[in-house]
Design a protein around this ligand. Structure first.
Ligand code: HEM
Length: 211
């Protein structure tokens, strides 16, 4: 759980942000752009037990305009991750969300929405130059939590999600994530996914920066 910092009394006055998001993304800077990875590895739950699969991934993360919540200033990326099994067309996994960084505090956020009827928000504190960092969500955390639609919650109750990022030296980055499920009739299951992504495209500057 992230500790609550001292907040200002004035919760309405907004700062004047630098319009260039790409210059203010801190640890998220190396994730901006278009990426592909063919070393995806997945362990998912099946009736007979864990199923091991490989997948190919395309990950696109584009800068958005600076976002203020009163005095709080966030810079971020809007991302889409799309995975297929090798040689297949249909989605193996599809995910959209935002990656956000608050320069003033190092607060780092990853939101996730997946078409199973599930959303989550993982958080952590990360310094501008960190090349390895982890973000975490837990079902009982009021800030960095997980919300699951009724059947999925009944059958595959998701209690935690943790993702570790490692930025490589050669325009690559990797992630390893563990989603902890309570599978009805089976018990605790660690749904593990990892991949290494290589750049295939540069980011497009955010609209305010282009203007
Ligand atoms: C690279 C990332 C991921 C891939 C490739 C992936 C893939 C899969 C696959 C193939 C299944 C089994 C589907 C089925 O049997 O019908 C599954 C199940 C599930 N996944 Fe993921 N997943 C990923 C990440 C996540 C994340 C981050 C979460 C939530 C935070 C999540 C939540 C679930 C849940 C709740 C299930 C159980 C539902 C079911 O088995 O039908 N997954 N995932």
């Amino acid at each position: 759980m992230i500790t609550t910092p001292q907040y200002p009394d004035d919760i309405f006055t907004e700062p004047d942000p630098d319009p260039d998001t790409l210059a203010n993304l801190g640890p998220l800077t190396p994730l901006a752009g278009v990426w592909e990875g063919r070393q995806g590895s997945d362990v998912n739950p099946k009736a007979h037990g864990p199923e091991f699969k490989s997948f190919h991934e395309r990950f696109e993360a584009q800068p958005i305009d600076p976002q203020t919540n009163g005095p709080q200033l966030l810079y971020g990326l809007r991302y889409r991750a799309h995975m297929v099994e090798p040689g297949e067309v249909g989605a193996f996994h599809d995910q959209v969300g935002y990656l956000l960084w608050e320069p003033a505090t190092g607060l780092t956020i990853m939101t996730l929405a997946i078409p199973r009827g599930q959303v989550a928000m993982a958080g952590g504190t990360v310094a501008a130059g960190d090349r390895t960092f982890a973000l975490r969500a837990s079902v009982d955390d009021p800030h960095f939590g997980i919300s699951t639609s009724p059947f999925l919650d009944h059958a595959f109750h998701t209690t935690a999600w943790q993702i570790m990022f490692r930025i490589g030296a050669d325009d690559t980055w990797s992630y390893e994530q563990v989603t902890t499920l309570e599978v009805a009739g089976q018990g605790t299951f660690e749904h593990v996914d990892s991949n290494t992504l290589s750049r295939v495209g540069a980011p497009t500057p955010n609209p305010l920066a282009l203007a």
